[in-house]
Design a protein around this ligand. Sequence first.
Ligand code: NI
Length: 174
Amino acid sequence: MATRKILERGDEALGKVCRPVTQFDDRLHQLLDDMRETLAQANGYGLAAPQVGILRRVCLVTASDETVLELVNPEIVETEGEQTGYEGCLSVPGLYGAVTRPARVKVRAQDRNGKTFEAEDVEMSARCFCHEIEHLDGHLFTERVEGRLYTEEEIDAMREEQQESGRKKGRGRK
Ligand code: NI
């Protein structure tokens, strides 16, 4: 296993529509192993093959139970509800923006051996399914951001402010 370089916004590979995987061979397994190591080292939640310069329909998503799902040729087959929250991307380091996504997402994909399976998840993982699959069509979350992008410091400051007003409300109720 080896880590691969994560491409950043502005790199043309991130704007391409990726091709389906047809060969479930050692090369695919090597790619998936390397992507797992790259994701773990970057401390990320999900990673799509074009982010490491490979224009194939392959991505990783961390599920709610913290296992990392390998999705080959994934498709969203069902969604329900809505959630809005701050989202980021390893290819847009240090910047976050509010994005509305479905609350629950079900995907159908193939595993590394070509076997079809379905997976369903909520919250961050539902968000991640959408985010990673969009990478495979050449799209970044920044295209969907409501308002502007915020730095990590700004996000932290907003969270503190929310907690502070939450505490005040809490005191008010007592
Ligand atoms: Ni991303």
